[in-house]
Write a protein that binds this ligand. Structure first.
Ligand code: FAD
Length: 317
């Protein structure tokens, strides 16, 4: 079922989770172990992130270095199929521009369609680790909107080969990313918002936001979207802050602010357990306020902390 259908049929705020594929070599059981305790909350869908290959330098026996390409977390599509089969819940694969040619994207979409996957979250992706700027594949997409366009074309039965007539029309529900605190590369909020608006005009069915710790930023973002005529559902992405290191790491990597009240409370903590407690309480307060605001879905980034998410969701359902 499509994410938008879940939302349309819902009587209350829905719950959804996002997971990462396990590191290469681990079994699918690590995913089930992670998700099993969260299933009692009846998530409407589970997103599975996509991780491109990274270039690394491997030391050879003679002391010289060899540049190798390593994909640490493969398996997005397989995990989506496994989740649907194991839990009978919709899975939403993330699909990125980086590292994909248009042909590879088309083939991936054909696989997803054959697997009965109804949703995709289309993203540009970031530069691989150790590289500064995002570079598209020579025959790939530079921005999420181009990838979205390709999915929208396939939804109309239009494939890459001009002479392919009467191709099956896929029926993907398309999600895109939005940034309550602005995407870090955008020169200003207005420009970023106009790019978001174009994604919606080109066929995005809903928006999922980057994490944020200050709900006011989300409320302002929703107000801006609505003023600009963006009417699709906007799903807040939520992550708990549970370690002292995240106070600098999250702003550096995800370009989000940590509110003073939260950072002050964390600075006062004497142990990791105390920090986790503060982070959990903050997440519960954020979730309650967002629910009262009327968000369609509370979408939790569960990475490494399913127990904290469990506590937070238990407090609001
Ligand atoms: P875009 O919408 O293409 O925007 C990127 C930048 O380009 C923005 O600054 C935008 O303003 C600008 N822009 C957009 N269109 C144009 C245009 N036509 N001309 C000029 N500028 C333009 N990354 C992964 O690798 N794997 C994942 O699974 C993943 N999941 C994510 C899930 C969520 C909910 C979010 C919020 C992010 C996720 N990311 C993931 C990270 C994401 O790939 C990065 O944030 C990336 O830098 C931007 O992706 P985007 O889809 O927002 O890009």
């Amino acid at each position: 079922m499509k994410v938008t259908e879940h939302i349309a049929q819902a009587k209350d705020t829905l719950i959804s989770f996002e997971i990462l594929p396990p590191l290469k070599g681990k079994s699918i059981d690590s995913i089930y172990d992670h998700l099993d305790p969260l299933m009692e909350f009846k998530p409407s869908f589970i997103n599975v992130t996509y991780h491109r290959s990274e270039h690394m330098f491997k030391k050879k026996a003679d002391g010289s270095f060899e540049k190798v390409e390593i994909r640490k977390r493969p398996g997005t599509v397989g995990i989506c199929a496994a989740i649907m089969n194991h839990y009978n819940i919709d899975a939403v694969p993330h699909l990125i521009c980086g590292g994909f040619s248009r042909e590879e994207t088309e083939n991936a979409l054909i696989d997803l369609n054959f697997l009965g996957i109804d949703n995709v979250l289309v993203l540009r992706g970031d530069a691989p680790k150790n590289e500064t700027f995002f570079e598209p594949d020579p025959n790939g997409h530079s921005f999420a909107i181009e990838l979205l366009d390709q999915v929208a074309h396939m939804n109309n039965g239009v494939y890459l080969e001009d002479d392919l007539q009467g191709g099956v029309k896929t029926n993907f529900c398309i999600g895109v990313a939005g940034y309550p605190e602005k995407h870090f590369e955008a020169p200003n909020m207005q420009t970023d918002m106009s790019h978001l608006k174009k994604k919606v005009e080109q066929g995005a069915d809903y928006i999922v936001t980057q994490m944020f710790f200050d709900n006011q930023k989300f409320f302002d973002f929703v107000a801006r979207c609505r003023e600009m005529g963006i009417t699709v559902p906007i799903i807040p992405g939520l992550k708990p802050l549970t370690t002292r290191k995240q106070m600098t790491m999250l702003p550096r990597i995800f370009h989000v602010d940590i509110p003073t009240d939260l950072s002050t409370e964390i600075m006062k903590c004497k142990s990791d357990k105390d920090i986790e407690q503060v982070g959990t309480e903050w997440l519960i307060a954020q979730s309650k306020e967002l629910k009262a605001f009327g968000v369609p879905v509370l979408h939790y980034y569960t990475l490494g902390k399913p127990k904290v998410i469990e506590k937070a969701v238990a407090a609001i359902v």
